[in-house]
Design a protein around this ligand. Structure first.
Ligand code: ADP
Ligand code: MG
Length: 238
């Protein structure tokens, strides 16, 4: 589904991604872990072309992605951020309908039906006509997930989707992501929630200083870490 070949990314003189090779298969859930500053967000942003890569190739659905296809790729690759950034001047349902209407040219009536279905899926249908500011962080993040799903992406990238939430709201968002995993969605999730990663990930990737240092099943990564850097990282967070 996604194939990344020798991806490099520099900001000025500083190389942040130092040759990433990564294949994500259909229906696979990959959790990306690593210290702050290791390049996790930059990797996701390069996959979604929010950042321009310095070198390397990104293949999506068997197609080598070129700059001029960015808009089409963004439809295939959904992204959910740490800060939900819903449109504040739109109601919940308008937020979810916006992409299908403006980008996919879907008729409004159809977009509304789709949006209601998705709001039901993330269990927040009753807030359809509220404005985001009136919702809790967990509710806003669930709306952001529905908004991303509305574009029917082939893969969804999550960048620390629960790290801005109060602890008691983390569970409801993780539950939605778990449900998506069960449906067989292809996802890359940057997370510090190691319990979640253990439960949901097919594969865990440890990024350190712009390189993939270790990858494996949750059991391999969490119970039998090989590299010292990973052992230190896990020692700090577990
Ligand atoms: P992570 O998500 O793992 O915490 P990031 O991908 O956000 O790491 O950042 C990796 C490194 O790249 C950091 O040193 C960060 O300061 C740097 N960086 C990220 N974005 C930019 C940018 N737009 N300009 C310059 N440096 C950046
Ligand atoms: Mg980050």
């Amino acid at each position: 589904m996604i194939q990344i070949k020798n991806l490099h990314k520099s900001f000025g003189d500083i190389e942040v991604l130092k040759g990433i090779n990564l294949t994500i298969n259909e229906s696979e859930v990959v959790c990306l872990i690593g210290s702050s500053g290791s390049g996790k967000s930059t990797l996701l942003r390069c996959i979604n072309f929010l950042e321009k890569k310095t070198a390397g190739e990104i293949w999506i659905d068997g197609e080598l992605v070129q700059e001029k296809q960015i808009n089409r790729i963004r439809q295939k690759v959904g992204m959910v951020f740490q800060h939900f950034d819903l449109f504040p001047h739109m109601t919940v349902i308008q937020n979810v309908m916006e992409g299908p209407i403006t980008v996919k040219k879907m008729p409004k009536s159809l977009a509304k039906v789709l949006a209601m279905d998705l709001l039901e899926k993330v269990d927040i249908k009753e807030k359809a006509d509220e404005y985001p500011a009136l919702l809790s962080g967990g509710q806003q993040q669930r709306v952001a997930i529905a908004r991303s799903l509305a574009m029917e992406p082939s893969v969804i990238l999550f960048d620390e989707p629960t790290s801005a939430l109060d602890p008691e709201l983390v569970g409801e968002v993780l539950k939605v992501i778990k449900d998506l995993a069960k449906e067989g969605r292809t996802m890359i999730v940057v997370t510090h929630e190691m319990g979640f990663a253990k439960e949901v990930a097919d594969r865990v990737i440890f990024l350190d200083d712009g390189r993939i240092v270790e990858e494996g099943t949750p059991v391999e990564i969490f119970d039998h870490p090989q590299h010292e850097r990973l052992q230190i990282f896990l020692g700090q967070i577990l």
